[in-house]
Design a protein around this ligand. Sequence first.
Ligand code: BDR
Ligand code: CA
Length: 309
Amino acid sequence: MSPRPRMILDCDPGHDDAFALIVAAHFADVVGVTTVAGNAPLELTTRNARIILDLCGSKAPLHSGANKPLVQPPVFADYVHGKSGMDGAELPEPSRPADSTHAVDFIIETVRTNEGLWLVPTGPLTNIALALTRAPDLAARVAGISLMGGGRFGNRTPAAEFNIWLDPEAAVTVFMSGAPITMAGLHLTHEFQASPERIAAVEASHPRVGSLLAGLLRFFSKSYVDRHVGFVGPAMHDVCSVLALTHPQMFQTSQRYVAVDVHGNHTRGMTVIDDRHLVDRPAVNTTMLERIDADAGFAAICEAVAACP
Ligand code: BDR
Ligand code: CA
């Protein structure tokens, strides 16, 4: 794998998406950023992405995409991320608008003209599914899709994780597309918590943006620590999907077949991971991230923050 993987980051910032952007801007070649409705309405996730790209000095093109899931109405995660999608700090006004092309057109054109790109979705999979439906050839052109979603347990419901739960039909398209999937599920990302000591380390990493980013993390922390038993801070879910490409040595992985349930009464939006020890197994479609070296992951976050202008 290239030491600087080339990627399009498709996100719904979102506190942890913001850190995924910052880490990607430092350790990867970000060919473009696309936004989707998820944690907050599309205008807000796009605005938040514009602010974060400014903070980390990235000039990557930014295109907004789908404003709702394929089938069901939008639902936002303000109970986790606040009304703005990224509450907790007095953030500066963004310096530039989004570029005008629709995210889905941008993804199709960019993948076709840059073989071997990674798609890194850290929100609902709506944009990626729309691109794969209109251009199924993308599945064979990408290096893979490193996504945050699903897991061996849920958060939005007992079975379903938020990103997959919000647009399960899109998730089916992505998992069945034939593109190699790398999956950061909740069983992994809950190991990657921003404890108070780690938030202090982020704060100390940069004289200007450190305190803004620490403010975001302290807000994000509240909803995790107050709502969960045994959490010391928020799970930095989305950063894992970037680190899996930039720092693969930090992870233990397994090879699995994953399907997505759309019909279940209690399991709509569940990623059904085939953990059976069968000799004859369904063909693998997913590299499952199983464990992360969380200290090394936070050192990488601090290094990326320190590199902000
Ligand atoms: C996912 O949902 C969002 O709240 C986070 O940004 C992350 O992508 C975790 O379930
Ligand atoms: Ca997200």
